[in-house]
Design a protein around this ligand. Structure first.
Ligand SMILES: [Zn+2]
Length: 478
């Protein structure tokens, strides 16, 4: 009884800050099936560590772990608060919790020294701190079917948080954590930055500029964010995530930005931007549209990167043309120029093998653009066979509706499903060729689409109607 009383009190104080009194009756009844997590995280003034209290109820499936195993080395001061205050140690990269223990509260401190891979990154940018929730939100070893999680965030005065999920209160202190935060990576920042928030067609989009960008006028950030939502909505008219969250950091590879999209809590993008970029260039750039185009498919296994990257690479051009950011002919010319150069950059492996070996061979462009070629050919074939009734856009919408959110999907499974949905063999043929052909044979289709026609006279191209369907502004299927 004493154990239950203490954990119920803590659960109440953490879970229901705003409405504890009114919820006491329901909290006092036996818990329904499912798992409840209540976090209270307090950021230290010097940004060196985050102190977390976590109270749980329900199944922990044997213990707790971080979103990335590498983050477990950051834990300090691990201890039980309830049912009995006592020391707690991690075993084999996890915090063991006996299956019979269905409630408890523990505390831990997360060391926020700089380092970590992109999906568990902790880094300082001036007075700001980037620290992925993968690092500081410990979670059950398995993701429960039914999960309810809340976070109370205590920040030093003058600092704010930029998180992929929206706060429930005006002070930015209380959050309901969507299940996707525990299924996927996400990004987060803390600091004295100004956060830009807009609502575009019902999508909450927000961005924090971390660090100094001498050429970016902060007043242009709102319209850049609106544009990003519009571009990424160009497949079927809807933004492919619940929200858009962008952290803009100085950097990027020389003359181009570098981005990394995560799906936890919405679309959460880390975008490294070169100092030479102004807001206009940022608005026309392909990197953010590429990252957001990844969300048109469910999460794809890393070894099948050709499909995920091919799709994002194809759509980075298609969606910018549809949004009117670049002319259709320029999008097609970009595709043609990139395909013709990338086909010479492979190692001679089949596209599927190239994809599996990509991190050893660094033949990234051959994989990205080889995948883009495969999807362009499939999209054209599908539209041609069905006289425009079936499109890649339409299939992606239906695939997303079926998304189980976990686990990751294989390319073969997704392509077989696309064939089943469209009643065609286009995508299984594509999967078969991927295993044997080095780079799809795109030349004839590209020419028929009018890729080499001058801007003033592309109408003569054999597939000009299909080109118009694919690239024309707002020509997306419903
Ligand atoms: Zn990508």
């Amino acid at each position: 009884v004493r154990r239950g009383g203490l954990s119920l009190w803590l659960a109440c104080s953490l879970l229901s800050l705003a409405s504890c009194g009114s919820r006491q009756a329901s909290v006092a009844t036996p818990p329904a099936a499912g798992t409840t997590l209540a976090y209270e995280a307090t950021l230290q003034r010097d940004l060196s560590a985050l102190d977390v209290k976590l109270c749980f109820r329900g199944a922990m499936f044997g213990g707790l772990t971080a979103g990335r195993a590498e983050a477990m080395t950051r834990l300090r001061g691990l201890r039980w608060l309830a049912p009995e205050p006592q020391a707690l140690t991690q075993v084999g990269g996890r915090i063991p919790i006996a299956p019979a223990q269905r409630a408890g509260c523990l505390a831990y401190t997360v060391d926020l020294r700089e380092g970590g891979s992109l999906s568990a990154l902790v880094t300082r940018v001036g007075d700001n701190l980037v620290a992925s929730p993968n690092v500081w939100l410990l979670r059950p070893l398995l993701r429960p079917l039914s999960l309810s999680a809340k976070l109370v965030l205590n920040l030093p005065e003058g600092l704010r948080a930029s998180l992929p999920f929206a706060p429930l209160d005006l002070e930015g202190k209380l959050y309901a954590l969507p299940d996707s935060v525990f299924a996927f990576d996400s990004h987060a920042a803390f600091g004295p930055f100004v956060e830009h928030v807009v609502d575009e067609a019902g999508v909450r989009a927000h961005a924090a500029l971390l660090g100094h960008f001498s050429a970016i006028d902060p007043r242009a950030i709102d319209s850049w964010l609106r544009g990003a939502v519009r571009i990424a909505s160009g497949s079927d008219g809807r933004f492919p995530a619940p929200a858009l969250h962008v952290l803009v950091l100085p950097g990027g590879g020389g003359d181009e930005p570098f981005g990394s999209v995560a799906r936890g809590g919405g679309a959460s993008v880390l975008l490294f931007v070169p100092d030479s970029f102004d807001a206009g260039r940022l608005s026309r750039d392909w990197v953010l549209p590429h990252e957001l185009s990844h969300l048109l498919l469910p999460f794809v296994k890393h070894e099948d990167a050709w499909l995920a990257e091919g799709l994002a690479t194809y759509y980075q051009e298609v969606l910018r043309a549809r949004a009117g950011v670049i002319p259709a002919q320029e999008a097609l010319a970009n595709i043609a120029q990139a395909l013709r150069s990338a086909q010479r950059e492979g190692t001679g492996r089949s596209l599927c093998d190239e994809s599996r070996a990509m991190h050893q061979t660094h033949a990234y462009r051959a994989v990205y653009w080889g995948g883009a070629a495969a999807l362009l050919l499939a999209d054209v074939a599908l539209r041609k066979e069905s006289a425009g009734k079936l499109t890649l856009d339409g299939l992606l919408t239906r695939i997303r509706r079926e998304d189980r959110m976990t686990p990751e999907y294989g390319a073969r499974e997704l392509l077989a499903r696309m064939d089943a949905l469209s009643g065609s063999q286009t995508f299984s043929a594509l999967a078969a060729r991927c295993e044997v052909e080095p780079f799809p044979d795109f030349e004839a289709t590209l020419r028929a689409l009018g890729a080499d026609a001058t801007e003033s006279a592309p109408e003569g191209a054999e597939l000009s109607a299909i080109r118009a369907q694919i690239f024309a502004p707002q020509a997306f299927s419903k």
